[in-house]
Design a protein around this ligand. Structure first.
Ligand SMILES: [Zn+2]
Length: 312
């Protein structure tokens, strides 16, 4: 009798367990369906240079130690914050900010929006794009400036103002912003927003498609620009970043064919001569060295390596 009751209870327990299992599976399935249908919040990468911020017209603002540098760090951080706020209002998820000017320690961490991650310090093999990968949905650029040799543009240069005259990839002369777009394009991530003077924003729209831009100042010359009150610049950046994130699916990554013919044109013949001593680097004229890169990572690594060895 005891035995019979025991088995009865045992069988009932199993039935109950089966029902519980079925119920749990159903709950997991329902949540799985809901989760898979919830759109993923766009993950944003913001790379930050300094020459292109609204009030910057010379190295008085952009060089650590110079008289207006500390003020400029506040302007820079506020432009980044404006971009973050606009992005968050448009539904952005994780945001990673890469401080990418000079020693890459310009943004004031205490004043930066608390919700983001901040990449700081050089050297980095992916330079202004360190940390980018295919998990991101869009790249934004703050403080962008025109490439070396752009007449009329404030502090125009390409990566290394005292040494590089030009960098050409598959015959295309690149600005830092285009180089950033090419690196992001390797991971299928589009540039969706650029803030800087009229030269770099025009170039970005022309080359990268109909992206959002914020013109932070009208460059007049190498060391002069028509500027606005910083708050007006922040407002504009916030608005444009909000628009960019709200239509993030509209933008296309900028792709380049590999292998990549990279030509580095130096300002001094000495530098071109010295680099050509390294196997793989072919001197093609007095100022220019050619390197055939297998992919964008190699392009970035070579530029970052040459630059970093010489600036410490
Ligand atoms: Zn730069």
């Amino acid at each position: 009798m005891i035995c019979k009751n025991y088995f009865k209870r045992y069988a009932g327990g199993i039935q109950m367990f089966k029902k519980l299992l079925l119920f749990s599976a159903l709950i997991i399935l329902i949540f799985g369906v809901i989760y898979s249908q919830t759109p993923k919040k766009p993950k944003i990468y913001i790379t930050v240079d300094m020459e292109g911020i609204g009030p910057a017209v010379s190295q008085i603002q952009t060089r650590p130690g110079d008289s207006e540098y500390e003020k400029a760090r506040k302007w820079l951080t506020s432009e980044v914050n404006a971009c973050i706020e606009g992005s968050l209002e448009a539904g952005a998820g994780e945001i990673v900010v890469a401080d990418s000017h000079w020693n890459a320690q310009n943004i004031l961490p205490d004043d930066l929006n608390e919700s983001v991650y901040l990449i700081r310090g050089f050297p980095r093999p992916m330079m202004l794009m360190e940390g980018i990968d295919s998990s991101f949905d869009g790249v934004m650029v703050i403080g962008a400036h025109a490439k070396e040799g752009t007449s009329g543009a404030v502090i125009s240069h390409t990566v290394w103002g005292t040494k590089f005259f030009d960098i050409r990839l598959n015959g295309i002369s690149v600005s830092e912003t285009l180089l950033n777009a090419i690196i992001a394009g390797e991971f299928n991530v589009p540039v969706i927003f650029v803030a800087g003077d009229q030269f770099i924003t025009n170039e970005a729209k022309k080359v990268l498609g109909d992206i959002e831009v914020a013109v932070t100042k009208e460059s007049i010359g190498w060391l002069s620009a028509k500027t606005r009150h910083p708050k007006k610049v922040y407002e504009n950046i916030k608005e444009k970043c909000k628009t960019a994130v709200s239509k993030i699916k509209d933008f296309k990554p900028y792709k380049i064919n590999a292998p990549i013919k990279m030509e580095i044109v130096f300002k001094n013949t000495y530098d071109a001569e010295a680099l050509s001593f390294i196997p793989g680097f072919k001197r093609i004229d007095g100022h220019t060295v050619l390197f055939e890169a297998k992919n964008v990572k190699e392009v970035s690594g070579v530029i970052a390596g040459i630059f970093s060895i010489n600036t410490r």
